[in-house]
Write a protein that binds this ligand. Structure first.
Ligand code: ADP
Ligand code: MG
Length: 235
């Protein structure tokens, strides 16, 4: 019986690990899909349009497999590491810089007077912040007027918690959207997965924290991630 329990634990861990990898594979696949579509007319000119079709169909197939796989899995429990909030936010800004520049947006970092160190699964928290920045960029692109896109990252201490904020001046959202935000597969986008925030919510809950959101149509959205300074999990 003991051996079975052990094997089940390992299987569960493997499942969770694969789930987070699968989720991250979607981003490069989306980029590849976009570039193939840009190349399509050139391939047509060379009489190789068929190649583009095959590549697109295969990318879609891979996406479907990942999609199906993710519907039955959840992110792994956090592995503790220590990082300063400002280092964390700076790394995230660096990782998303090209996407932000491509959209003609700017990211502002509200640096803390005294830096805080948090004990978190750094990779997972980065994933959450990158998901939120990508959502912000998409909300900015969907804004109808030509306001310059701006994303603000900030952090402050509130009692025994650290709060990290991700704010944008994108299109905002209505109350109905807000109430479904964290549901798995809920998306308002044509090519959305509806996984970013459900996975993020799970990650932050696994850290003993929570995510809250406020938003106004045509003004923007603000996410607040609250994390305990003394985490409820151990390495
Ligand atoms: P996806 O980005 O694939 O749609 P998410 O789980 O990341 O999935 O987001 C779910 C939905 O929440 C989005 O489709 C969008 O409607 C809404 N949303 C998330 N972030 C923002 C934001 N910064 N501004 C406006 N709407 C947002
Ligand atoms: Mg998203």
């Amino acid at each position: 019986i003991e051996q079975t329990a052990y094997q089940n634990d390992n299987l569960a861990m493997l499942g969770k690990l694969s789930a987070s990898i699968a989720h991250e594979i979607r981003n490069p696949l989306t980029a590849i899909r976009g570039f193939i579509q840009l190349l399509r007319p050139h391939l047509q000119g060379l009489g190789k349009e068929e190649y583009a079709k095959i590549i697109l169909a295969e990318i879609d197939r891979a996406n479907d497999i990942i999609h199906e796989f993710l519907s039955s899995s959840k992110p792994s429990s956090p592995q503790a590491g220590i990082i300063s909030i400002s280092a964390l936010l700076k790394e995230v800004i660096l990782l998303t810089e090209s996407e932000v520049l491509m959209k003609g947006c700017q990211i502002v970092l509200n640096v803390l007077a005294s830096d805080l160190y948090i004990s978190v699964d750094v990779k997972q928290i980065k994933q959450v912040l990158i998901n939120m920045i990508r959502n912000a960029l998409e909300a900015i692109s969907d804004r109808l007027d030509d306001t310059t896109g701006k994303i603000e990252l900030g952090a402050y201490r509130e009692g025994g918690e650290v709060r990290i904020t991700v704010s944008d001046n994108g299109k905002g959202m209505d109350v109905c959207t807000m109430s479904h935000l964290f549901n798995q597969f809920f998306t308002t986008k044509e090519n959305g997965t509806g996984l970013g925030l459900s996975v993020s919510d799970r990650i932050i809950k696994n850290h003993g924290g929570r995510i809250s959101v406020s938003s106004r149509i045509n003004e923007g959205t603000s996410f607040v991630i609250s994390l305990p300074l003394n985490p409820g999990f151990t390495a």
